[in-house]
Design a protein around this ligand. Sequence first.
Ligand code: SAH
Length: 507
Amino acid sequence: MSAIGYVYLVGAGPWDPGLLTVRGRELLQRADVVVQDYLVNPELVVGLRAIVEIIRVGDPGSRLEQAEINALLVDRASRGKVVVRLKGGDPFVFGRGGEEALALAQAGVPFEVVPGVTAAIACASYAGIPVTHRGHGATVAFCTGHEAGEKDGGAVDWAALARIHTVVFYMGARNLGRIALRLIEAGRDRETPVALVRWATRPDQQTRISTLGACADADLETQVEPPAIAIVGDVVNLRETIGWYEQRLLHGLRVVVTRSAAQQGPLSERLKELGAEVLQVPTVAFVPPKDWAAVDQALASVSTYDWVIFTSANGVDATFDRLRQLGRDPRAFGSARIGCVGPVTARRLDERGMVADCVPETFIAEGLADCLNGALKHEGVKGRRYLILRAEVARDTLPDTLRALGGHVDVVPVYTTVAVPPEVGLSGRLKAADFDVVTFTASSTVRHFAEWFTAEELAFVQSRVQAVCIGPVTAATAAELGFVVAATAEIYTVPGLVDALVSIRRA
Ligand code: SAH
């Protein structure tokens, strides 16, 4: 017989992956088997070791009986596996974790229980309702809403409950009318405020405020789909002042981010912080040039140029990585001066240990040409030698401008941008236009995004969603290809793009 395994009953929290505990995360990384509830965010098991067996239980349609789940846990553990039983919220709060622990104890399987952020607490925090508050809430109760539907009110002592300041009901979405009635019958004031919080901590979280009286009269039961939590008590009123989650500037906005996977991070993070649901669908990826000969030759004589110019952070990376592969370092640049198209490119250069000599204030090629011209007024562009290290396909505004001013310009592609298809799982959502806004950070992202669709699909998507662009050149491409450009950044950077998005929300 193999060694006995171990079962961890882990609380996954309400939904937001950031609310899983550190212990829970550690255990997931060690698991051989994950047995997961349907109220658990599937993102939590993305990226686990490839050999992990993931079993979803409790999906509507494929429900395993509790006894079958218990048996499954015992079975995998007795085969020597490390099993993580991932349960929504906290395992021991209306989660039947107690029954699973009992089954494990009876079968002699060792286990550990890892608490989670329970829905009542998550709903309260994310709805801006402190469940206890000086003067309004000295006592708080967690209760199931199921029992309100029973003929006699079930096992709940409604009279006792009516005297508790704050009462939080789980599983009450369909029973709210009856819950309210029972509390009023038991002596609670009809004017007591009620908050109903649905899908707490998700980007589409919704909170509705009412009173016990109105709930009892209006029979809200048909109007709210689970999962939702009802919070009853005067503390609900505090939400008006300290509600924060649904009040965030982009709450609930579904935004597609099309830039390369390597560049998604800062934009996606910022959008999420502002409350948007971000769909990451990179349209492009960066690959090395087919042949390094031109780059190597340029790098061999790089110190002979007056100016070396980078037009993207990726160009900086590609150049410095290649330099290193050639066994050289930034001293290769000698006394050549360095120009960058914008601050992000300049920052990447800084990370490589070099400081840019010229960074224009408007972050497009025209700005750099002006800046170089200005920087060199006393010496002139005429007769100077420029090396532009950039993507294989790019606009020629900068080299053309410098040439027109009499400069000698060599353009060397240090990387190539290639189109990538959308992730299979997301293409259905994209075609159904199941999002509100698409962000474009370069003309190439517009073109490649449009290429994914048939003409008919594209027309449908364009009739439903708005585009927000990082600058006028990208916006022109988007408009040309039929997108409704709702806003364009005034400052051509990621923060500028985010501001533009916020402006359409406000409009
Ligand atoms: N063990 C879980 C509760 C499971 S019972 C916990 O500790 O949170 C399922 C009920 O929890 C749902 O009917 C609903 O009332 C509540 N619930 C779970 N997740 C929720 C969420 N994200 N938003 C609102 N209610 C939620």
